[in-house]
Write a protein that binds this ligand. Sequence first.
Ligand code: ADP
Ligand code: NI
Length: 220
Amino acid sequence: MMNNFFEAIRQEILPLFKDDVTGHDMNHIDRVISMSRYLQQKEGGDLELIELSALLHDISDHKFNGGQLNKGGEVAEALLIKNGYSAEKSAKVKAIVDHISFKGAKTEIGVLPIEAQIVQDADRLDALGAIGIARTFAFGGNRKQALHDPKLNPKHHESFEEYVNAKTTSINHFYEKLLLLKDRLNTETARKIGQKRHDLMVEFLDHFHAEWTFNVLVNE
Ligand code: ADP
Ligand code: NI
């Protein structure tokens, strides 16, 4: 796309992500942009809108803005308009950004425009596999949440509020969200990549529980 414009926006938001240690830093954003470009080549959609939405998808996340919901789209739109982008296309980016975030196991919305499907897939793929595992424990540590607690069972949350507020562990997060994502990917291309990353997480969890149990048995 208009490379200079994209680069200018990227530079402008860079400071916002500088100190993040929760797996939502600029490296995450850049991976979501690359993956979105790859998915767009295979699946179609408007590349310019996809790139800008990927760039801005975490711009005002509820986890980092003091709990305000659905601010991301608004902030993205205002930033684009301020930089001279057309009001019509800025509104499209707002709609895409508003659609992307995971809101709990039992919440789901209807069919998304292809651009939102792609950026959502790219964001979800980055929550899976080796990087997904690393991000989960980074996020959990930052939130002062335990690695694992066998007495605390995973829950499938009925609403977004319940999902965000519930006490959990990093291991439970796999069952509450990450293992559900492979069946919630929108595009065929993402599903192929997602399956491999899913399998790796299942293998990781098998090892984790085996090692945990081994240590418990040794103590008895
Ligand atoms: P999305 O942006 O798709 O809504 P999130 O920003 O909620 O997804 O999550 C991004 C990543 O942050 C997750 O995939 C996971 O690695 C981590 N994360 C989010 N919530 C938790 C949690 N409660 N415990 C551990 N990791 C979490
Ligand atoms: Ni993200």
